[in-house]
Write a protein that binds this ligand. Sequence first.
Ligand code: GLA
Length: 447
Amino acid sequence: MELIEIYGSDLVHSHRQEERYEQALALFSEAFGSGPVDVFRVPGRVNLIGEHTDYSQGYVLPVALDRDVLFIARPRTDGTIRLANAEAAFPPESFVLSDAISPAVHGHWSNYVRGASQMMAQRLGATRGMDVLVDGRAPWGIPRGAGLSSSSALTVAAAVALEHVNGLAVDRQVLAEACGYAEWYVGTRGGIMDQFAALLSHQGHALFLDCRPEAGTGRYHTQAVPLPPEYAIVVVNSGVRHRNTSPLFNTRVAEVRSAVALVQQRFPQVRSLRDLEGIPWESYVDLLPEEQSPDDLAQRGISLATLMNGGIMPDSVNLQVRARCRHVTGENARVLAAVEALAQGDVERLAKLMREAHASARDNFDISTPELESLVRLAEEIPGVKGARLTGAGWGGCIVALVPVTSVETFVSRVPQGYQRATGLRAEAFVCSAGHGASRVTEYTRS
Ligand code: GLA
């Protein structure tokens, strides 16, 4: 694709993108010498509604950001992968492509590329390595550590680059699902939303995804959902996030998997919380205690270690089984209603669903923070604003709001001001025009 197709026809915007691409290409040549390269870009995502439902095979409605990571690659003749990064904070690395790649130290940026590479070797037979320059710098890069899936974008970028340099042509759904699994390499047990959003989004649309594959075919139902033109999607980054969210995230995974194991004692056909769709709450709620310790579970023949299957173990002893289940089942219903509301152009209804989703994420799933609460309150004070809610995994990060196009200016100045007054912290607010999924960029120089 060409820059103009990817980023739209705003000339100033495209012009600055050209500079950005040229800088990244120059950095590649500095690191690896001049010569032909392949250029890929992969967006982050913001989720409109459907939080923490994907790893229960539920429904989600993310939007690809128009902020992305650049991944410049040159095929090698051997299986080595050499990595350089435009930012000094991310030191160069190299490793050999294989189906068992050892991880770098926990938290190292290369682990996302390692995980993707191992998956590409294991599942898709990739053998050929590459030299790579990653450029995720501001202002065009995906804000990091903000719950906007910058790590998934890196994983997906490594996968699409390896797909290309190995001459493979992998179905996008197969690749997205495999990239979800590839991220398990770092220890978290996330779902597939971020990788599907990064690969399959369409400009101007949200991506409705049913995370339960169809029996028999293994295909996922996706649908590009048009967004209301009179509203902008505005993201506000609280600038605060729990330092290491992995154990917290996996605690939620443990909680929902425990809920499934408990419900199975009466409903053996239930394989994920999604399968509770259509089964009345009253018929299984007695199986779900408010709190459950790993010992309580063991007494019922349920092993937490088996449920976590090698992932980082939860750091909490009391698993809140009932409230987590209430959130997931309610959230799935809200996503379906939100898609319907969008189809009918009913923004009021969508807003109500987003507000309910926020309340449930806070009260049932316990992933909000005082900073996110402050941002949601401030956003709702701006006239005309619809449905502000926390977005992404939580424990800090961002909120998303539907803001009338005519109020965007007021919103992006007033919300951060109010936030600074209330918390002493700086927030960044930016408009997200729903972007394209991952692409190989074929025209990027000013000629
Ligand atoms: C993270 C995970 C996703 C999803 C969200 C919460 O982004 O990677 O799979 O679970 O959190 O909705």
